[in-house]
Ligand binder design. Structure first.
Ligand SMILES: [Zn+2]
Length: 58
């Protein structure tokens, strides 16, 4: 499953593969090459994308 992760820096959408059983605390934006880190939520999927990570849904 993929999530549409919106970069907080350049506002571009990255299609990110959601890991099955782990949180994704970092993601490197393929547009601006900045490292996106989760601050409020457990992972960047939960915080910046339109999906929730599998850990969150359990
Ligand atoms: Zn970016």
């Amino acid at each position: 499953m993929k999530a549409n992760l919106k970069c907080p820096y350049c506002k571009e959408i990255d299609k990110v593969h959601i890991p099955k059983d782990i949180c994704l605390p970092f993601h490197k934006c393929s547009h601006c090459n900045k490292i996106i880190t989760a601050k409020k939520e457990c992972c960047v999927i939960c915080e910046f994308s339109d999906k929730k990570c599998p850990v969150y849904m359990q």
